[in-house]
Design a protein around this ligand. Structure first.
Ligand code: TZP
Ligand code: MG
Length: 215
């Protein structure tokens, strides 16, 4: 099976902004705007609630053939049939997640510098995120802002470490319609966006305009 390449806009539903009972509605709005991938990032939810909402999001994403990624929880991704998982530097190591989820799962890894990005590339990450690219209020424990020069360095390092593999770099942190084009111009294949989408009055319209800015 061919994995869907990660590119363009990568919306994330974060439970610090969206309450549990609104997650499915927000997922539908994001899909209506044309998103092709969606991540659920639910640091606030107990695992049983996460299971429940993940099954709902899985249903709406699957119906629209949208890739569904779960943050942190390899077990929940496996049990709910999500397409993949997004792992931080302190989460289950990529090789262990891979052995549980199998070769077809999409596994992304958060990185903050070229060294972490090369390690993720060599370990078989399907995409590598770098952040926070710009200042963000969404992640309180975020690393210092990385900026466009580090994004360019990470993109170059990953190309050199895994030549021909074309592993997408996903920029995250402070990305808006205004800042997305410079992230793409600096080597990001995709932009992950939380607050600019979730705080929009019309989520579908916001997603549609962000897709244009990340094309
Ligand atoms: N990782 C680095 S920055 C960030 C995460 C999860 C938060 C991004 O949120 P926003 O609202 O798009 O700046
Ligand atoms: Mg994590």
């Amino acid at each position: 099976m061919q994995k869907t390449p990660v590119s363009g806009l990568y919306p994330i539903i974060d439970t610090s902004i969206v309450p549990k009972d609104k997650i499915t509605t927000v997922a539908k709005a994001i899909i209506s705007g044309g998103a092709r991938i969606l991540q659920l990032r639910a640091k606030e939810l107990q695992v049983r609630d996460l299971m429940e909402v993940s099954l709902c999001v899985k249903e709406v994403t699957q119906r629209a053939a949208v890739t569904f990624i779960i943050n942190d929880r390899v077990d929940v991704a496996l049990l709910t049939g999500a397409d993949g998982v997004h792992l931080g530097q302190e989460d289950i190591p990529l090789k262990d997640a891979r052995s549980l989820l199998g070769p077809d799962a999409i596994i992304g890894v958060s990185t903050h510098n070229p060294e972490e990005a090369i390690e993720a590339a060599l370990a078989g990450a399907d995409y590598i995120s770098l952040g926070p690219l710009f200042p963000t209020k969404t992640k309180e424990d975020a690393h210092p802002v990385r900026g466009l020069a580090i994004l360019r360095a990470v993109a170059k390092a990953v190309k050199e470490a895994a030549p021909g593999k074309d592993i997408p770099i996903v920029a995250i942190g402070g990305i808006t319609e205004e800042t997305a084009p410079e992230a793409i111009a600096s080597g990001a294949a995709a932009c992950a966006v939380i607050s600019d989408i979730l705080e929009a009055n019309d989520i579908g319209a916001k997603v549609a305009s962000l897709i244009k800015k990340t094309a």
